[in-house]
Design a protein around this ligand. Structure first.
Ligand code: GAR
Length: 201
């Protein structure tokens, strides 16, 4: 299985994926890491592990779709089987989603459909929920609306700040994303309507 990761920031989920590949938990090759942010630490993580890193400056394109087409071209050249969004903070257009339908995963720091979009952790804290968590889902054309692959919960404490809560969510995310990618690589995920079925048998 050939994979690509798209990331905009720190890249701790990317690191968890790299570690899982290196220790044999995920059977596949990470072909390329693409970022829309020049200084994303995720790119540095890729370089440290001798994985191709690629920055694409969104500002050079006058139309949003053109950025997406540039990414599509890169991923097609590398014959990628799975596109993994790991803290990629740019909305992808229907052009991108349709090109890789059923082959794009995203991770989100809340129990979807609660608190979609930006600042999922902050939204949960402000709402006052006692339990939040994270979701791995396939991408569709909506905002964090695609078929849910895996979810797990994280308790919210009264003393929590966005930082402390996000830190606990992060460690659950790392496990959950690895598991979801493992299941995909083993051909155990199928999409039926808006549901993702896990065929463990
Ligand atoms: C993760 O918590 C991920 O769920 C979130 O960004 C963080 C990236 O962390 N994604 C979103 O909020 C998407 N809407 P990382 O760069 O350390 O992997």
């Amino acid at each position: 299985m050939k994979m690509a990761v798209l990331a905009s920031g720190y890249g701790s989920n990317l690191q968890a994926i790299i570690d899982a590949i290196e220790n044999g938990e995920i059977n596949g090759k990470l072909e390329i890491v693409v970022s829309d942010k020049k200084d994303a630490y995720a790119l540095e993580r890729a370089r440290r592990h001798h994985i191709e890193d690629h920055y694409i400056n969104p500002k050079v394109f006058s139309v949003r779709d053109e950025f997406d087409r540039a990414v599509i071209a890169l991923l097609q050249e590398r014959k990628v089987d799975l596109v993994i969004l790991a803290g990629f903070m740019r909305l992808l257009s229907p052009v991108f989603v349709n090109q890789f339908m059923g082959k794009i995963m995203n991770i989100h720091p809340s129990l979807l459909p609660s608190f979609p979009g930006l600042n999922g952790v902050e939204q949960a804290l402000e709402y006052g929920v006692k339990v939040t968590g994270c979701t791995v889902h396939f991408l569709d054309e909506g905002l964090d609306t695609g078929p849910v692959i895996l979810q797990d919960t994280v308790p919210v404490y009264e003393s929590d700040t966005v930082e402390t809560l996000h830190e606990r969510i992060h460690s659950v995310e790392h496990r959950l994303y690895t598991r979801a990618i493992q299941l995909f690589s083993q051909g155990k995920l199928s999409i039926e309507g808006r549901k993702c079925i896990i065929n463990e048998g």
